[in-house]
Write a protein of this length. Structure first.
Length: 261
């Protein structure tokens, strides 16, 4: 979540703020053995350490997303708010799909492209763009996924309108996000032209997030050394603020299908 301050995704209604906030973190994340240890201890074998994700995505999440996107081999899967690319890489590789990742932070996009050359799938492409302005062609996506990114977008109707625009009729949008009491994703999706087909809480999300935040707080000095003061500030602020709202803000996996005309 990155709790009350944002999320693991970076597409937001205030692009420059989000870019400034996350660029230094992404530039240093790969050097932080402490952060990987914290997630590994909280998630155990469910932590997809090989893709070094930023956030709360698990092996179970990725398997479920891959199942639900339903994209056929050779078709196009878009990952909105892709960050450094790991989750989209895993799902597209398993589905043998063409991957296009979109993120607001150029340093994350560059790293995602590099990592895709190492991890696959072949031909993956990563571009700078936002949840509300991806720059992708209308109807160019056979499926869209997003991991923990929609939470941060202030104008959610505009974000869902953009997903609707780039997605083929009948295509699926699969995402993980948090749902505070004032947000009703079912209604938002319905008004944007989607039928919600799956709404489920991700396994053990609350205990795991609390364990991660406790680990971050306890390792503040080590994280500042590894990430730099400004890079570490992103996650230290989250670890301080997010636990106050977690219990009433479930982490959900949603799958919605774009209605046909």
């Amino acid at each position: 979540m990155t709790g009350t301050t944002g999320t693991t995704g970076t597409a937001a209604a205030e692009p420059q703020v989000a870019e400034d906030r996350y660029a230094r973190f992404y530039a240093a994340q790969a050097r932080s053995a402490t952060l990987r240890r914290i997630y590994r201890e909280a998630y155990g074998e469910d932590y997809p350490e090989e893709i070094d994700p930023f956030g709360f995505v698990t092996r179970a999440d990725l398997a479920r997303i891959g199942e639900l996107v339903g994209v056929a081999p050779g078709r196009t899967l878009v990952d909105l708010g892709c960050g450094r690319g790991g989750p989209g890489i895993v799902v597209a590789r398993e589905r043998r799909a063409r991957l296009v990742g979109v993120d607001l932070v150029p340093v994350a996009v560059a790293d995602a492209a590099r990592r895709s050359r190492e991890l696959g799938p072949a031909g993956a492409r990563f571009v700078v763009g936002s949840f509300t302005g991806s720059g992708l062609p209308t109807g160019g996506a056979d499926a869209v996924m997003s991991v923990d990114a929609l939470w941060m977008v202030q104008d959610k109707p505009a974000a869902l309108a953009e997903v609707h625009r780039i997605l083929v009729p009948g295509g699926r949008f699969v995402l993980t996000t948090w749902e505070p009491a004032h947000v009703d994703h079912r209604t938002l999706l319905d008004e944007a032209g989607f039928d919600l087909e799956v709404r489920e809480e991700t396994p053990d999300w609350l205990a795991r997030q609390r364990a991660v935040y406790a680990g971050i707080t306890a390792a503040a000095a080590e994280l500042a050394d590894e990430l730099g003061a400004e890079g570490a500030e992103v996650i230290l602020t989250e670890a301080e603020q997010a636990p106050r709202v977690l219990a009433g803000t479930p982490r959900l996996l949603l799958a919605a299908r774009r209605r046909r005309p």
